[in-house]
Design a protein around this ligand. Structure first.
Ligand code: ADP
Ligand code: MG
Length: 353
């Protein structure tokens, strides 16, 4: 039955807007953890402790020793599109993980959260929110930094709850997110604890000390701690530069390649990405030395002026768009081929390759 008159157009109510937006930013516990750990990194934390219960569904707690949030701004921190990281004038000149002011508002819309924070020289304060309703700021006890607790994720959006996988799969995804972020932050200590049955330490990465002799050394040690000796001891280092882009990385031996793309770690300006162009370049770099269906282990760190890459094309910022994709592709493929060509020359490996 067609309506005779058109239905009235009305703005969505703000709660609905927040829940819809939350669906894009926070897809599962691991995406909440990613946003919270990125916030801690943006706050200059040197240690970040994460705890989860029941795969993060029942509880996610992230504790950091960063700069904190002023008591009078705790409400703003939970408001949509409120951020301390940009004025929005130039969305290409982004030097932080965050810039959209969406994560905490999204979590506040779909979960029960408590945000406690302390700025140096001030008293600690706390604010709570539940399903989009934000409470008053209260005094709290905290020695430094910020603690955020997210309970009952998606209690306010039961449909989303149904899409979550089992507890263990979600817990694994959380650990994966922390490992990937930690791979680009060697000077930050990370822990992950699972509180589901008692307390289990899942990840413990101590902060690496800077090595003035070789700035890559700390990164290499962190990579070894995360990816294991099997990767880091055999991997071929690579370094290259082209037109304002610089690449640093380690390419795993072809013999260490996997049947799945689980150990391909690509970072753009310190941000872990799942970028088609970069992953394609990685594959192309190995084309001559790897059979189809095998995936190299690798860690590639691309640095460039933030204006050469748009990170605002994906809700979770997992994909990026380069101003000059051909340069980036050429840089990565070329560096990998050169590094791997050295291997091919080695007689002991010649047969295998
Ligand atoms: P964004 O990171 O895009 O700015 P968020 O919703 O993630 O948006 O956070 C909103 C604001 O709250 C941030 O801009 C920051 O000022 C503050 N904030 C959030 N988490 C922390 C933290 N762990 N330490 C210090 N400030 C924080
Ligand atoms: Mg953020």
């Amino acid at each position: 039955t067609r309506p005779l008159l058109p239905p009235t157009i009305r703005p969505l109510d703000p709660h609905a807007v927040n829940r819809i937006a939350a669906g894009e930013v926070v897809e599962r516990p691991a995406s909440a953890v990613k946003e919270l750990v990125e916030n801690a990194l943006d706050a200059g934390a040197t240690r970040i402790d994460v705890a989860i219960r029941e795969g993060g569904r029942a509880l996610i707690r992230v504790e950091d020793d960063g700069c904190g949030i002023r008591a009078e701004e705790l409400g703003l921190a939970l408001a949509r599109h409120a951020t301390s990281k940009t004025d929005g004038a130039d969305l290409l000149d982004i030097h932080s993980f965050g810039f959209r002011g969406e994560a905490l508002a999204s979590l506040a819309a779909v979960a029960r959260i408590a945000l406690t924070s302390r700025v140096a020289g001030a008293e600690a304060a706390c604010i709570a929110a539940e399903g989009g309703r934000v409470g008053a700021v209260r005094p709290a006890a905290l020695s430094r930094g910020t603690v955020i607790e997210v309970r009952d994720l998606f209690f306010a959006t039961p449909a989303r709850l149904k899409f979550l996988r089992g507890e263990q799969a979600e817990a694994q995804a959380v650990a994966e997110v922390i490992r990937r972020l930690a791979m680009a932050e060697p000077f930050v200590a990370f822990t992950l604890r699972d509180l589901t049955d008692g307390e289990r330490l899942v990840i413990r990465l101590d902060a690496e000390t800077p090595d003035l002799g070789d700035p890559r050394e700390a990164l290499r040690r962190r990579l070894r701690a995360v990816m294991g000796r099997g990767f880091s001891d055999g991997a071929v280092p690579l370094e290259a530069e082209r037109d304002g882009h610089s690449l640093l990385g380690w390419a795993g031996l072809p013999a260490e390649a996997r049947g799945a793309a689980t150990a391909q770690n690509v970072f753009v300006n310190g941000r872990p990405v799942r970028d088609k162009l970069l992953l394609g370049a990685l594959r192309a770099g190995y084309m001559d030395v790897l059979a189809a269906g095998r995936y190299p282990m690798a860690a590639l760190y691309l640095e460039c002026d933030p204006r050469l890459v748009d990170v605002n094309v994906h809700p979770a910022k997992a994909e990026v768009r380069f101003r000059d994709p051909d340069t980036v592709r050429g840089l990565v493929v070329g560096a990998l081929r050169r590094a791997l060509a050295g291997l091919r020359a080695a007689p002991s490996l010649a047969e295998e390759l």
